[in-house]
Write a protein that binds this ligand. Structure first.
Ligand code: ZN
Length: 201
């Protein structure tokens, strides 16, 4: 159900990465640096992260002779940095063929510098959320919406809608920007389901 539009091979690599992460003692919220180290091992390429690069938002993934370099844009928001790295992991696994000497974009997923391949961007956003928030918990959030045990009072004070309060709480627990997390559940579950939840609270 999750990660629609993803081929079986990429999906398997994502599951392998998560299995490796939890087997290595990785906990929640996800330790993104550990995830990168394990990804490098899994795909047998080096991955270097350059932080606080002077771009407005988001990141740039640059294939190099020995693997990948991820430039993470400058932001004060820790959640945004985590999400950006998760998104670039998505590109490594979904957009690139990393078995080549120098990683190449898969021809069918190519984009150029001027026009982004938006389908690809949404998929990589979804991969970032999938990596950062375990699927079972998103399902619980959606299906067992009224019974999520949570300390909502703090959030309720500032929020009028319990839906928004829960959304923010989940995003805070897992270190995901709430706007991206919202778009993720909307894409995965559909707008109707979200609206029914919003209206039922
Ligand atoms: Zn991207």
């Amino acid at each position: 159900m999750f990660l629609k539009n993803i081929d079986a091979e990429t999906r398997q690599q994502i599951e392998n990465l998560l299995a490796l992460y939890y087997k290595s003692g990785g906990g929640l919220p996800v330790d993104i640096e550990l995830l990168i180290k394990l990804l490098a091992k899994l795909i047998d390429n080096e991955i270097e992260i350059i932080k606080d690069f002077i771009i407005k938002k988001g990141g740039i993934l640059s294939p190099v002779q020995w693997g990948f370099r991820i430039y993470v844009g400058y932001t004060n928001l820790l959640f945004q940095k985590r999400f950006t790295i998760g998104h670039e992991i998505g590109h490594i696994l979904h957009t690139f063929d990393y078995t080549e000497d120098v990683p190449q974009q898969k021809p069918e997923r190519e984009s150029n510098c001027i026009f982004k391949n938006m389908g690809e961007e949404y998929i990589c956003d979804d991969i970032a959320c999938y990596l950062l928030c375990p699927q079972e918990l998103v399902i619980k959030f959606m299906e067992d919406f009224h019974n999520i045990p949570c300390q909502l009072e703090l959030f309720r004070k500032k929020q009028t809608s319990p839906f928004t309060a829960r959304l923010k709480l989940i995003s805070k627990i897992f270190g995901i920007p709430s706007a991206e997390f919202y778009r993720y559940v909307k894409r995965q579950f559909g707008e109707e389901k979200i609206l029914s939840l919003v209206n039922s609270t």
